[in-house]
Ligand binder design. Structure first.
Ligand code: MG
Ligand code: MG
Length: 283
């Protein structure tokens, strides 16, 4: 275990190099958030993210994944992750996850958000989908908050699962499930590095949480089964029972003075304040 995780810790200088790719990744998702509406296609959202990354001197790191040609993944409704942007037109009430990443100077950022489009004709549907997205996002913030005090990385997944279990919607009969087929990861010179970051309880403690650790934490949650299948396009991961899904992700660095939420526009201040954690301002 120790051997496998050797070399995962970045130097302070390397952590600094991860600030800009985090910022550019955040900007790409902010641009998508500003543009998303019923009637827009997922390919148009892709191009908006591409422009945001390019104009800031970055390159899409998703395009460096063998076989993948797009800048973002757009996963609509029962698609959970790895949806391919296309001519699909978004409709009122759609729950849309957008996953983006930028490489700047050979270092990477990786982040995902979920947005539920308004649908005045179906307020109950929209409310249920927003709750799913909110629980997923809040589970991410609980995982990030735990990282700030954790001794070992497995505590992050513990915090995420605890939050999902304790959420009131469970008592109302919803069966939110945390995907186990897909997990988070270390990030640095490559978008996907060791160590694995589980979004649920695991027996192994994982590596020590200490300065230099940088991880992408990314809970993927459905309002039903955690069973998944890959669609005919050989990329898109969908829920087996057609249930709606949400995906939120941030890249987070641990350094001497605390944590930096590299892909949050405010460094994580607003997401962590309710949890009593103050992230260190990113230089
Ligand atoms: Mg991602
Ligand atoms: Mg990721």
């Amino acid at each position: 275990m120790i051997g496998r995780n050797k070399g995962i810790y970045k130097t302070p200088a390397e952590l600094r190099l991860m600030v800009e790719p985090g910022r550019v990744t955040a900007a790409s998702l902010a641009a998508v958030r500003a543009a998303i509406r019923p009637g827009i296609t997922t390919l148009e959202l892709n191009d908006i993210a591409e422009q945001a990354i390019r104009s800031r001197g970055g390159v899409s790191n998703f395009q460096m994944v063998p076989g993948y040609a797009h800048t973002v993944c757009t996963s609509v409704n029962d698609d959970i992750v790895h949806g391919i942007p296309s001519g699909r037109t978004l409709e009122p009430g759609d729950i849309v996850s957008i996953d983006s990443g930028a490489d700047v100077g050979g270092w990477n950022g990786d982040s995902a958000i979920t947005i539920v489009l308004d649908d005045p004709a179906r307020p109950d549907v929209v409310a249920a989908r927003r709750l799913l997205s909110d629980v997923t996002e809040q589970s991410l913030w609980h995982g990030i908050a735990r990282l700030a005090t954790a001794r070992h990385l497995n505590e992050v997944g513990e915090a995420i699962e605890e939050f999902v279990e304790e959420h009131p919607s469970v008592a109302q009969g919803a069966t939110y499930g945390i995907l186990t087929d897909y997990i988070g990861h270390g990030i640095g010179r490559s978008m996907h590095e060791a160590p694995p970051v589980f979004n649920y309880r695991v027996r192994q403690r994982g590596p020590e949480v200490k300065p230099g650790l940088v991880v992408a934490i990314e809970p993927m949650i459905t309002a039903g089964t955690t069973d998944t299948y890959v669609r005919e396009d050989e990329w898109t991961v969908a829920s087996a029972d057609g249930s709606m899904s949400s995906h939120w992700e941030h890249s987070v660095a641990v350094h001497e003075d605390g944590i930096w939420v590299l892909t949050a526009e405010d460094g994580g201040a607003s997401g962590l304040a309710p949890l009593g954690i103050t992230p260190v301002p990113i230089p």
